[in-house]
Design a binder for this molecule. Structure first.
Ligand code: AMP
Ligand code: ZN
Ligand code: FE
Ligand code: FE
Length: 293
């Protein structure tokens, strides 16, 4: 069983439409794939149709932009009812914040002598639920300002870059509660990735989040080196958190993150789905459930 629990389509900042992503997941030899676009469930329906056609198990998820102790933290919400009012409200606020930030980023780039029009960037993100920094990066690549997204982030768009502009993110413990109320389960995405900063996600922080309802942590991810994985795995075992692994595939949008490059163990997925079933029963919501061939 090969299980990849974290991927992005062009409904956020990946480059493949959901159906193409699912078909590539099958071709890559995966048995289970999760679609987890940033802050949106817009790709779910197309992915379901493709999963049934391809004969692959699909887990529907959303990677939610949150903040905790001053750091940006990505939270993977699996199998929540996307119509839950609080969840919808927070996701709308995040997407609106991402969209509203674009002119500010472009103004800062203009000050640096890099002229990119808003319609240009919007045109590169017509399939996406909102226009984000990766789409700005794509416009910079198209203009020949940088080679790839990575260079755009490291030189201009990252938190320490000259074109950085803040946007809204949900409070992490609050969001874990909302995911539970929507009948889903929460897993921290790449919690110890250096680029996110993770000072608050130490043993005390993870214990607090587990109390708030956190189900698991993503350990096997390209943004974690071997030592980081070993330490995080040990802590997850100590705290009895589910351990996941995934590619964080973005199509052509992120180098090296090939489908299935990291995977989740079957027993860990089993535990996660058990917790999701409990959560759905407790919340009494109409949750999406796993799509099985
Ligand atoms: P936004 O939510 O619009 O601020 O964009 C953040 C997204 O950009 C993240 O969720 C990542 O998928 C992507 N990203 C962040 N840092 C990098 C980087 N260094 N290279 C490529 N993509 C990145
Ligand atoms: Zn992304
Ligand atoms: Fe992420
Ligand atoms: Fe991701």
């Amino acid at each position: 069983m090969r299980i990849d629990l974290h991927t992005h389509s062009d409904r956020s900042d990946g480059t493949d439409p959901p159906a193409e992503l699912v078909s590539k997941a099958r071709a890559a030899g995966l048995d289970v794939v999760a679609l987890t676009d940033h802050d949106t469930a817009e790709g779910w329906d197309e992915a379901v149709d493709a999963a049934l056609y391809e004969g692959i198990t699909l887990v529907r998820g959303i990677e939610v932009s949150t903040k905790y102790g001053g750091d940006g933290v990505h939270l993977l919400a699996y199998l929540p009812d996307p119509t839950h009012p609080d969840l919808r409200g927070e996701l709308t606020r995040i997407l609106q914040g991402r969209n509203a930030r674009l002119p500010g980023i472009l103004a800062k780039l203009a000050e640096l002598g890099i002229d990119i029009g808003e319609t240009e960037v919007r045109g590169l993100s017509t399939s996406a639920a909102a226009t984000g920094r990766p789409h700005v990066a794509d416009a910079m690549v198209a203009k020949g300002v940088v080679e790839d997204r990575e260079e755009a982030f490291s030189k201009y768009l990252g938190p320490d870059g000259p074109a950085y502009v803040q946007r809204y993110a949900a409070d992490l413990p609050t969001m874990i509660g909302i995911v539970a109320a929507a009948g889903g389960v929460s897993v921290l995405a790449h919690p110890w990735a250096a680029r996110h900063g993770h000072s608050a996600l130490d043993e005390a922080g993870l214990s607090e989040l587990k109390e708030a309802g956190l189900a698991g942590v993503e350990v096997d991810h390209l943004d974690h080196d071997d030592l980081t994985r070993t330490r995080l795995r040990a802590l997850a075992i100590e705290l009895d958190l589910v351990i996941t692994g995934s590619s964080d595939y973005h199509g052509a949008g992120k180098q090296g993150h090939d489908l299935g490059c990291h995977t989740t163990a079957p027993d860990q997925l089993h535990r996660l789905l058990d917790l999701a079933r409990d959560s759905a029963a407790h919340a009494r919501r109409d949750t999406p459930g796993v799509v099985r061939p």
